[in-house]
Design a binder for this molecule. Sequence first.
Ligand SMILES: Cc1ncc(C[n+]2csc(CCOP(=O)(O)OP(=O)(O)O)c2C)c(N)n1
Length: 409
Amino acid sequence: MTMQSKTPSETQDREEGRGWTLPTSRRGFLAALAGAGAAISLGSKVAWANGEIGFWAKDLTNEQLIHLYTTIQRIRWFERTCVDKMLTEPGYRGYNHFYVGQEAVATGVSAALKNTGGVMEADLVYSTHRPSGHAIAKGVEVKKMAAEYEFRATGLNKGYAGEMHIADKSVGFMGADGMIGPGYVIATGSAFAIRARGSKQVVVNYGGDGTYATPHFHSALNNAALLNLPFIYVLENNLYHQYAHYSYSCPMKDIAIAAKTYGIPGVVVDGQDVIQVYNAAKQAVERARAGEGPTLIEAKTYRYYNHWGAPGAKPGELGAFGYDPLAITSFRPEREVRAWMARDPVDISRNTLIHWGVLDRAKADEIETAARAEMVEAFAWADKQPLGKPEDGLKHVFVEGTVLPRQFG
Ligand SMILES: Cc1ncc(C[n+]2csc(CCOP(=O)(O)OP(=O)(O)O)c2C)c(N)n1
């Protein structure tokens, strides 16, 4: 990648010393970035022009880079532990729409977000029916998440959500959504509320390639563009909706082209490479935070396992799931599966960080072993948690208390 040439206005600004001074060191620049809003956007443009932030994510510290790799491993092992249980434990209750293969997308996006401060301060993420990676990357507690997947009373949502509707407002994870479509409209509404409050929060909405064909996709982007909302649509193009290739429902190869229709940036990014995803997300977040409106990011990625999995599944069976991606070739070519597995997000992030001298092999192995142990322990803890009682079924469904009679409308 070549450095972007300086635009005349930026050069002019620099020469005339308009409104900003450049700290000499990169760390100094990062400290200056601690400010918010428009200052970040302007600072970032200057940094970009100076080669400070490039495709190598120079703004991330070694610790933050290691955190990316750790997150990818944690997502991978959450899923693999879940799969193991489905295949080997007849009593396991959870089901899952697996995220294996797509880990770098959620990880890269969340690294560009504010993930603390609760619903009024954290950036908000609206998820899909394939939520585990989105949730873990956002900072959801995995033990409680594992318990929720098994409908345990001490789970993240008291066993009411299962996989399909997990939510954790404390980290800005607003919830998974089993319906393909309506969530995006809710997410844009949420971005509108944020703008109305004058908050600097940003809303990220995830969707699959299948969402292109829904009216909600177009309605969400159209309104976000018209109202200039702090909204980012991350479309994870894993090539298939259930068992149909996306070319059956989308006439373009790059779905990001749709952004042109709404006059907003549309970015295609390699979803297997966490650094590339991070860079695209960071730019979109800065843009949204500075009041410059929405972005559509299309991350090209691939799901290894089948559409979903449930307890009692047999490896490789269509309609259940396959643990071995190569066994799931009845609706996709084996060479395609092999080609994507050769670009595994775990390997890419590991090799990148080793190549950069951020990690060595021993440390990378240690992180993987720890992630694996953490997930085995989380699911073992979840197994021991109590199940919900039938008589509690209607609790937390309605708001408790009295509503005064009044006329609406
Ligand atoms: C409105 C609606 N129609 C149909 C379904 C059934 N359904 C569940 S997942 C899915 C495919 C989703 O594909 P995509 O958006 O590409 O996401 P992916 O599963 O590939 O991550 C469908 C059709 C649904 N959940 N909601």
